[in-house]
Ligand binder design. Structure first.
Ligand SMILES: [Zn+2]
Length: 287
């Protein structure tokens, strides 16, 4: 749902997780509650989750997360003690100021620090799937619409065809092997073909050596790689993500040299380059 936000809360000092990642309906409010100063997060659908106690420095209404006009969201500081947005790449934290707000576009993740708490907020991006057949989908950022799209690979394959320096995406019937032979017979330069392997799985067949990488490893010509949830295929900077509708979302590494998908574990390190996944893009595939 576009009305959802994901948040998690850690202790700034110890790094301990106080609240695991929660998907909550907006508007969301974080504050303290009761005589024991219990941390409380309340969501727009009436759901309430608590974390720890003894947060006397947390305001009763400390910060809110509301839906933005552009499909993103707005984090607003209502606290007495201040909320700071953690800077990117070592920049100093920026105070929002009481009544001040930070705007986040869809697909972004930010961290905020306040009274010894680190609140990680993610505005998920969603992929639209028309029909579900295969459990694995191919997800990509559509440059024309600026949105995520997910292609069903049930009985069809997706060809990435070189057209000079450009890369065109073409849908072809049949398994990856059959589709690759058909495209080649037309004289086209197929860089990679992704589609059914004929026995229930999805595979990528590399058409041209040194043009395509799978999970950061360059593929050889005619090399076949079995595709799995969160695999990333990179064709001249065009990223195709393999996602399972059942297993849900992934987190994209923001290291521009990497950009691989990782399991959705904010605060962990990228399994490919080691960079902390403190900022990234969350991809959801919904059936
Ligand atoms: Zn990485």
């Amino acid at each position: 749902m576009n009305d959802d936000v994901e948040i998690s809360i850690r202790d700034t000092g110890s790094g301990a997780v106080l609240l695991d990642t929660q998907t909550l309906r907006m508007p969301v409010e974080i504050g303290r509650f009761g005589a024991d100063n219990v941390g409380r997060v309340s969501a727009g659908d009436g759901r309430v989750v608590h974390f720890g106690e003894g947060y006397g420095t947390l305001s009763r209404q400390h910060l809110t997360i509301t839906k933005g006009s552009d499909g993103g969201l707005v984090v607003t500081d209502l606290s007495s003690n201040g909320v700071y947005e953690i800077g990117q790449a070592g920049n100093a934290p920026v105070p929002l100021g009481r009544g001040g707000a930070a705007r986040m576009s869809p697909g972004t993740m930010r961290a905020f620090e306040t009274v010894g708490l680190r609140v990680t907020v993610c505005a998920p991006k969603q992929a639209q799937v028309d029909a579900i057949g295969q459990p694995l989908h191919l997800v990509y950022d559509s440059s024309s619409s600026g949105r995520l799209k997910a292609l069903d690979l049930d009985g069809v394959s997706i060809a990435l065809v070189a057209n000079g320096p450009e890369v065109l995406m073409r849908r072809r019937p049949g398994t990856a092997r059959v589709a690759l032979e058909a495209v080649r017979a037309e004289g086209a330069t197929c860089l990679v073909m992704i589609g059914p392997d004929g026995s229930g799985g999805i595979e990528a067949i590399c058409g041209v050596k040194d043009e395509v990488s799978h999970n950061r490893r360059m593929m050889d010509g005619d090399e076949v790689a079995a595709m799995d949830h969160l695999d990333t295929v990179d064709i001249r900077g065009q990223l195709l993500r393999i996602m399972s509708a059942e297993e849900g979302k992934g987190l994209s590494c923001t290291n521009t040299e990497c950009r691989q998908l990782n399991p959705y574990l904010p605060g962990e390190n990228c399994r490919y380059c080691g960079q902390r996944l403190g900022d990234g893009t969350s991809y959801w595939v919904h059936s």
